[in-house]
Design a protein around this ligand. Structure first.
Ligand code: UTP
Length: 324
Protein backbone atom coordinates (compact mmCIF):
# COMPACT_ATOMS: atom_id res chain seq x y z
CA UNK A 1 0.00 0.00 0.00
CA UNK A 2 1.06 3.52 -0.73
CA UNK A 3 1.84 5.84 2.17
CA UNK A 4 2.68 9.30 0.91
CA UNK A 5 5.50 11.21 2.52
CA UNK A 6 4.03 14.58 1.54
CA UNK A 7 0.75 15.92 0.18
CA UNK A 8 -0.06 16.19 -3.51
CA UNK A 9 0.47 19.48 -5.27
CA UNK A 10 -0.72 20.00 -8.82
CA UNK A 11 -1.51 16.93 -10.88
CA UNK A 12 -1.58 13.82 -8.71
CA UNK A 13 -0.28 11.71 -11.57
CA UNK A 14 2.66 14.09 -12.01
CA UNK A 15 3.16 14.29 -8.24
CA UNK A 16 3.39 10.51 -8.13
CA UNK A 17 5.87 10.40 -10.99
CA UNK A 18 7.97 13.23 -9.50
CA UNK A 19 8.01 11.53 -6.12
CA UNK A 20 9.24 8.32 -7.72
CA UNK A 21 11.91 10.21 -9.68
CA UNK A 22 13.02 12.10 -6.56
CA UNK A 23 13.01 8.92 -4.52
CA UNK A 24 10.59 10.44 -1.98
CA UNK A 25 7.75 8.03 -2.65
CA UNK A 26 7.88 4.92 -0.51
CA UNK A 27 7.90 1.73 -2.53
CA UNK A 28 4.55 0.69 -3.90
CA UNK A 29 3.36 -2.83 -3.26
CA UNK A 30 3.64 -4.51 -6.66
CA UNK A 31 0.48 -6.04 -8.11
CA UNK A 32 1.06 -9.79 -8.33
CA UNK A 33 -2.43 -11.30 -8.09
CA UNK A 34 -5.31 -11.14 -10.54
CA UNK A 35 -8.90 -12.16 -9.86
CA UNK A 36 -10.72 -13.73 -12.82
CA UNK A 37 -14.44 -13.97 -12.03
CA UNK A 38 -15.92 -16.93 -13.90
CA UNK A 39 -18.99 -17.88 -11.89
CA UNK A 40 -21.64 -16.09 -13.98
CA UNK A 41 -24.52 -17.87 -15.74
CA UNK A 42 -23.67 -16.65 -19.25
CA UNK A 43 -27.34 -16.17 -20.11
CA UNK A 44 -26.56 -14.01 -23.16
CA UNK A 45 -24.90 -17.02 -24.73
CA UNK A 46 -27.57 -19.68 -24.24
CA UNK A 47 -27.97 -22.42 -25.31
CA UNK A 48 -24.16 -22.83 -25.73
CA UNK A 49 -23.61 -22.05 -22.04
CA UNK A 50 -26.26 -24.38 -20.63
CA UNK A 51 -23.64 -27.00 -19.68
CA UNK A 52 -20.36 -25.37 -20.81
CA UNK A 53 -18.88 -22.39 -18.94
CA UNK A 54 -18.88 -19.29 -21.12
CA UNK A 55 -15.25 -18.75 -20.13
CA UNK A 56 -14.34 -22.05 -21.84
CA UNK A 57 -15.86 -21.20 -25.24
CA UNK A 58 -12.98 -21.25 -27.74
CA UNK A 59 -12.06 -18.16 -29.71
CA UNK A 60 -10.04 -19.52 -32.66
CA UNK A 61 -8.08 -22.23 -30.84
CA UNK A 62 -8.05 -21.16 -27.18
CA UNK A 63 -10.73 -20.85 -24.50
CA UNK A 64 -11.65 -17.29 -23.60
CA UNK A 65 -10.23 -17.51 -20.09
CA UNK A 66 -6.81 -18.54 -21.40
CA UNK A 67 -6.48 -15.22 -23.25
CA UNK A 68 -7.07 -13.37 -19.97
CA UNK A 69 -4.62 -15.65 -18.11
CA UNK A 70 -1.93 -15.05 -20.74
CA UNK A 71 -2.50 -11.30 -20.62
CA UNK A 72 -2.11 -11.42 -16.82
CA UNK A 73 1.15 -13.37 -16.99
CA UNK A 74 2.51 -11.08 -19.74
CA UNK A 75 1.77 -8.17 -17.36
CA UNK A 76 3.84 -9.65 -14.52
CA UNK A 77 1.04 -11.33 -12.53
CA UNK A 78 2.16 -14.55 -10.84
CA UNK A 79 -1.06 -15.70 -9.14
CA UNK A 80 -4.47 -16.12 -10.73
CA UNK A 81 -7.46 -16.32 -8.41
CA UNK A 82 -10.30 -17.79 -10.46
CA UNK A 83 -13.81 -17.45 -9.03
CA UNK A 84 -15.83 -20.48 -10.08
CA UNK A 85 -19.26 -21.89 -9.32
CA UNK A 86 -21.44 -24.85 -10.16
CA UNK A 87 -20.64 -26.45 -13.52
CA UNK A 88 -17.28 -24.69 -13.85
CA UNK A 89 -14.96 -27.58 -12.93
CA UNK A 90 -13.56 -27.87 -16.47
CA UNK A 91 -11.83 -24.53 -15.90
CA UNK A 92 -9.77 -26.20 -13.15
CA UNK A 93 -8.98 -29.11 -15.47
CA UNK A 94 -7.84 -26.72 -18.17
CA UNK A 95 -5.18 -25.13 -15.94
CA UNK A 96 -4.07 -28.49 -14.49
CA UNK A 97 -1.68 -31.18 -15.75
CA UNK A 98 -3.21 -33.92 -17.88
CA UNK A 99 -0.75 -36.85 -17.67
CA UNK A 100 -2.86 -39.12 -19.90
CA UNK A 101 -3.04 -36.58 -22.70
CA UNK A 102 0.61 -35.57 -22.33
CA UNK A 103 1.63 -39.27 -22.35
CA UNK A 104 -0.43 -39.94 -25.48
CA UNK A 105 1.06 -36.92 -27.26
CA UNK A 106 4.59 -37.95 -26.25
CA UNK A 107 3.90 -41.51 -27.49
CA UNK A 108 2.89 -40.13 -30.88
CA UNK A 109 6.00 -37.94 -31.07
CA UNK A 110 3.88 -34.75 -30.91
CA UNK A 111 6.41 -32.88 -28.76
CA UNK A 112 5.12 -29.39 -29.63
CA UNK A 113 1.57 -30.20 -28.58
CA UNK A 114 2.79 -31.93 -25.42
CA UNK A 115 4.80 -28.83 -24.50
CA UNK A 116 1.89 -26.51 -25.29
CA UNK A 117 -0.52 -28.50 -23.13
CA UNK A 118 1.97 -28.60 -20.24
CA UNK A 119 2.70 -24.88 -20.44
CA UNK A 120 -0.95 -24.03 -19.77
CA UNK A 121 -0.65 -25.72 -16.36
CA UNK A 122 2.69 -24.09 -15.64
CA UNK A 123 1.97 -20.51 -16.65
CA UNK A 124 1.08 -19.26 -13.16
CA UNK A 125 0.05 -20.25 -9.68
CA UNK A 126 -3.70 -20.75 -9.91
CA UNK A 127 -6.06 -20.78 -6.94
CA UNK A 128 -9.81 -21.18 -6.94
CA UNK A 129 -12.54 -19.76 -4.79
CA UNK A 130 -16.19 -20.52 -5.16
CA UNK A 131 -19.16 -18.21 -5.49
CA UNK A 132 -22.04 -20.40 -4.41
CA UNK A 133 -24.65 -18.19 -6.05
CA UNK A 134 -24.06 -15.75 -8.93
CA UNK A 135 -24.91 -12.65 -6.89
CA UNK A 136 -23.09 -10.19 -9.12
CA UNK A 137 -19.58 -9.22 -10.13
CA UNK A 138 -18.89 -7.31 -6.89
CA UNK A 139 -19.91 -10.38 -4.90
CA UNK A 140 -17.65 -12.60 -7.06
CA UNK A 141 -14.67 -10.31 -6.37
CA UNK A 142 -15.49 -10.32 -2.66
CA UNK A 143 -15.13 -14.14 -2.69
CA UNK A 144 -11.40 -13.60 -3.42
CA UNK A 145 -10.81 -11.43 -0.34
CA UNK A 146 -8.99 -14.05 1.75
CA UNK A 147 -6.69 -14.98 -1.12
CA UNK A 148 -5.82 -11.38 -1.95
CA UNK A 149 -5.27 -10.13 1.61
CA UNK A 150 -4.12 -6.52 2.05
CA UNK A 151 -2.52 -6.02 -1.37
CA UNK A 152 -3.55 -4.06 -4.42
CA UNK A 153 -4.75 -6.52 -7.05
CA UNK A 154 -6.04 -6.81 -10.59
CA UNK A 155 -9.48 -7.92 -11.77
CA UNK A 156 -9.87 -9.22 -15.32
CA UNK A 157 -13.20 -10.19 -16.88
CA UNK A 158 -12.46 -13.15 -19.14
CA UNK A 159 -15.27 -12.29 -21.56
CA UNK A 160 -13.76 -8.87 -22.27
CA UNK A 161 -11.10 -9.91 -24.79
CA UNK A 162 -8.50 -7.27 -25.54
CA UNK A 163 -6.05 -7.41 -28.43
CA UNK A 164 -3.19 -4.94 -28.03
CA UNK A 165 0.57 -4.57 -28.53
CA UNK A 166 1.21 -3.82 -24.84
CA UNK A 167 -1.10 -6.05 -22.76
CA UNK A 168 -4.02 -3.96 -21.50
CA UNK A 169 -3.36 -4.89 -17.86
CA UNK A 170 0.28 -3.84 -18.24
CA UNK A 171 -0.93 -0.45 -19.53
CA UNK A 172 -2.99 -0.03 -16.35
CA UNK A 173 -0.12 -1.18 -14.15
CA UNK A 174 2.10 1.55 -15.63
CA UNK A 175 -0.45 4.09 -14.41
CA UNK A 176 -0.61 2.39 -11.00
CA UNK A 177 3.18 2.49 -10.68
CA UNK A 178 3.21 6.20 -11.53
CA UNK A 179 0.27 7.24 -9.32
CA UNK A 180 -0.30 4.63 -6.62
CA UNK A 181 -4.04 4.94 -7.30
CA UNK A 182 -6.64 2.47 -8.50
CA UNK A 183 -6.85 2.28 -12.31
CA UNK A 184 -9.69 1.07 -14.51
CA UNK A 185 -9.66 0.46 -18.27
CA UNK A 186 -11.89 2.83 -20.24
CA UNK A 187 -13.26 3.04 -23.75
CA UNK A 188 -15.18 5.85 -25.40
CA UNK A 189 -18.62 4.64 -26.52
CA UNK A 190 -21.28 6.31 -28.71
CA UNK A 191 -24.04 8.17 -26.75
CA UNK A 192 -26.59 5.49 -27.66
CA UNK A 193 -24.44 2.84 -25.96
CA UNK A 194 -23.83 4.48 -22.56
CA UNK A 195 -26.80 2.70 -21.00
CA UNK A 196 -25.05 -0.66 -21.53
CA UNK A 197 -21.99 0.26 -19.40
CA UNK A 198 -20.70 1.72 -16.17
CA UNK A 199 -19.85 5.33 -17.10
CA UNK A 200 -17.14 7.47 -15.48
CA UNK A 201 -17.53 11.00 -14.23
CA UNK A 202 -13.93 12.05 -14.73
CA UNK A 203 -11.61 14.91 -15.71
CA UNK A 204 -8.60 14.55 -17.98
CA UNK A 205 -5.18 14.58 -16.30
CA UNK A 206 -3.39 17.39 -18.08
CA UNK A 207 0.04 15.90 -18.30
CA UNK A 208 1.61 15.37 -21.71
CA UNK A 209 3.12 12.02 -20.79
CA UNK A 210 -0.37 10.44 -20.76
CA UNK A 211 -1.29 11.81 -24.21
CA UNK A 212 -4.87 12.60 -23.14
CA UNK A 213 -5.53 8.98 -22.14
CA UNK A 214 -5.61 9.41 -18.37
CA UNK A 215 -8.62 10.70 -16.39
CA UNK A 216 -9.09 11.31 -12.68
CA UNK A 217 -12.32 9.57 -11.65
CA UNK A 218 -14.82 11.38 -9.41
CA UNK A 219 -17.67 8.90 -9.70
CA UNK A 220 -18.98 5.93 -11.66
CA UNK A 221 -22.61 5.63 -12.75
CA UNK A 222 -24.01 2.21 -13.63
CA UNK A 223 -25.87 2.08 -16.98
CA UNK A 224 -27.14 5.69 -17.14
CA UNK A 225 -29.70 6.97 -19.66
CA UNK A 226 -27.89 8.94 -22.40
CA UNK A 227 -29.26 12.26 -21.07
CA UNK A 228 -27.93 11.52 -17.57
CA UNK A 229 -24.54 10.12 -18.55
CA UNK A 230 -21.66 12.17 -17.08
CA UNK A 231 -19.41 11.25 -20.04
CA UNK A 232 -19.00 8.68 -22.80
CA UNK A 233 -16.12 6.97 -20.99
CA UNK A 234 -17.19 3.39 -20.31
CA UNK A 235 -15.77 0.92 -17.80
CA UNK A 236 -14.07 -2.05 -19.51
CA UNK A 237 -13.22 -5.29 -17.71
CA UNK A 238 -9.65 -4.63 -16.54
CA UNK A 239 -9.06 -3.08 -13.13
CA UNK A 240 -6.25 -2.42 -10.67
CA UNK A 241 -7.94 -2.07 -7.29
CA UNK A 242 -6.90 -1.27 -3.75
CA UNK A 243 -7.82 -3.74 -0.98
CA UNK A 244 -10.08 -1.18 0.78
CA UNK A 245 -12.67 -2.03 -1.86
CA UNK A 246 -13.42 -5.28 -0.01
CA UNK A 247 -14.78 -3.32 2.99
CA UNK A 248 -17.07 -1.35 0.69
CA UNK A 249 -18.28 -4.49 -1.08
CA UNK A 250 -18.85 -6.18 2.29
CA UNK A 251 -21.00 -3.23 3.43
CA UNK A 252 -23.04 -3.46 0.25
CA UNK A 253 -23.47 -7.17 0.90
CA UNK A 254 -25.01 -6.69 4.30
CA UNK A 255 -27.45 -4.10 2.97
CA UNK A 256 -28.41 -5.54 -0.40
CA UNK A 257 -30.99 -8.17 -1.14
CA UNK A 258 -30.09 -8.52 -4.82
CA UNK A 259 -26.84 -8.48 -6.76
CA UNK A 260 -23.67 -6.70 -5.64
CA UNK A 261 -22.11 -4.81 -8.50
CA UNK A 262 -18.42 -4.03 -8.61
CA UNK A 263 -19.44 -0.46 -9.48
CA UNK A 264 -20.86 -0.10 -5.94
CA UNK A 265 -17.41 -0.72 -4.46
CA UNK A 266 -15.62 1.33 -7.15
CA UNK A 267 -17.74 4.40 -6.39
CA UNK A 268 -16.86 4.26 -2.69
CA UNK A 269 -13.20 3.74 -3.51
CA UNK A 270 -13.19 6.66 -5.97
CA UNK A 271 -14.68 8.94 -3.28
CA UNK A 272 -11.91 8.09 -0.81
CA UNK A 273 -8.78 7.24 -2.77
CA UNK A 274 -7.29 8.38 -6.10
CA UNK A 275 -8.84 6.45 -8.96
CA UNK A 276 -7.97 6.80 -12.63
CA UNK A 277 -9.63 5.75 -15.86
CA UNK A 278 -7.21 4.92 -18.66
CA UNK A 279 -8.17 4.87 -22.35
CA UNK A 280 -6.14 1.80 -23.21
CA UNK A 281 -4.58 1.23 -26.61
CA UNK A 282 -6.03 -1.84 -28.29
CA UNK A 283 -9.23 -3.47 -29.52
CA UNK A 284 -11.78 -4.88 -27.12
CA UNK A 285 -14.37 -7.53 -27.94
CA UNK A 286 -17.38 -8.26 -25.76
CA UNK A 287 -17.00 -12.01 -26.21
CA UNK A 288 -19.78 -12.72 -23.69
CA UNK A 289 -22.19 -11.49 -26.35
CA UNK A 290 -22.86 -13.62 -29.46
CA UNK A 291 -21.98 -10.93 -32.01
CA UNK A 292 -18.90 -9.77 -30.08
CA UNK A 293 -17.78 -13.39 -29.82
CA UNK A 294 -18.08 -13.87 -33.60
CA UNK A 295 -16.10 -10.66 -34.21
CA UNK A 296 -13.37 -11.84 -31.84
CA UNK A 297 -13.32 -15.27 -33.48
CA UNK A 298 -12.91 -13.89 -37.02
CA UNK A 299 -10.22 -11.38 -36.03
CA UNK A 300 -8.25 -13.75 -33.82
CA UNK A 301 -8.39 -16.47 -36.51
CA UNK A 302 -7.10 -13.99 -39.11
CA UNK A 303 -4.20 -13.06 -36.78
CA UNK A 304 -3.36 -16.68 -35.98
CA UNK A 305 -0.10 -17.66 -37.73
CA UNK A 306 -1.29 -21.21 -38.50
CA UNK A 307 -4.94 -20.53 -39.31
CA UNK A 308 -4.76 -16.98 -40.64
CA UNK A 309 -3.66 -17.45 -44.29
CA UNK A 310 -6.08 -20.27 -45.15
CA UNK A 311 -8.93 -18.66 -43.20
CA UNK A 312 -8.42 -15.43 -45.16
CA UNK A 313 -8.57 -17.39 -48.41
CA UNK A 314 -11.76 -19.06 -47.25
CA UNK A 315 -13.41 -15.74 -46.30
CA UNK A 316 -12.66 -14.43 -49.81
CA UNK A 317 -14.74 -17.23 -51.31
CA UNK A 318 -17.86 -16.23 -49.37
CA UNK A 319 -20.60 -14.53 -51.37
CA UNK A 320 -20.76 -11.48 -49.10
CA UNK A 321 -22.09 -8.35 -50.78
CA UNK A 322 -23.48 -5.11 -49.44
CA UNK A 323 -27.26 -4.94 -49.68
CA UNK A 324 -28.41 -2.29 -52.17
P1 UTP B 1 -21.08 -10.96 -17.14
O1 UTP B 1 -22.24 -10.17 -16.71
O2 UTP B 1 -20.52 -10.72 -18.50
O3 UTP B 1 -21.35 -12.53 -17.03
O4 UTP B 1 -19.94 -10.83 -16.06
P2 UTP B 1 -22.66 -13.37 -16.87
O5 UTP B 1 -23.49 -12.85 -15.76
O6 UTP B 1 -22.20 -14.78 -16.79
O7 UTP B 1 -23.32 -13.14 -18.29
P3 UTP B 1 -24.80 -12.91 -18.80
O8 UTP B 1 -25.04 -11.44 -18.69
O9 UTP B 1 -25.73 -13.75 -17.97
O10 UTP B 1 -24.73 -13.37 -20.21
C1 UTP B 1 -18.57 -10.71 -16.36
C2 UTP B 1 -17.76 -11.82 -15.68
O11 UTP B 1 -18.08 -11.91 -14.31
C3 UTP B 1 -18.41 -13.22 -13.95
C4 UTP B 1 -18.85 -13.90 -15.24
O12 UTP B 1 -18.58 -15.30 -15.17
C5 UTP B 1 -18.03 -13.19 -16.30
O13 UTP B 1 -16.78 -13.84 -16.51
N1 UTP B 1 -19.47 -13.20 -12.92
C6 UTP B 1 -20.61 -12.48 -13.12
C7 UTP B 1 -19.29 -13.93 -11.76
O14 UTP B 1 -18.24 -14.58 -11.56
N2 UTP B 1 -20.29 -13.94 -10.83
C8 UTP B 1 -21.44 -13.24 -10.99
O15 UTP B 1 -22.30 -13.28 -10.10
C9 UTP B 1 -21.59 -12.50 -12.18
Amino acid sequence: MLKRSRPYSGSPARAGMNAILEGTMPTLTPVKKAVLPAAGLGTRFLPATKAIPKEMLPVADKPLIQYAAEEAVASGIDTLVIVTGRGKAVIEDHFDFNPELEGALAGKGKKDLEKMVREIANMARVCYTRQKQPLGLGHAVLMAREMIGEEPFAVMLPDDMIRSEVPCLEQLLRVYRATGGAVVAAKEVPPAMVSAYGIFAAEPVKDRQWKGRLFRVRDVVEKPKPAQAPSRLAVIGRYVLLPEIFDFLEKTRTGAAGEIQLTDGMRELAHRRPMYAYLFEGTRYDAGDKLGFLQATVEMALKNPQLGPSFREYLRTLPIRRKR
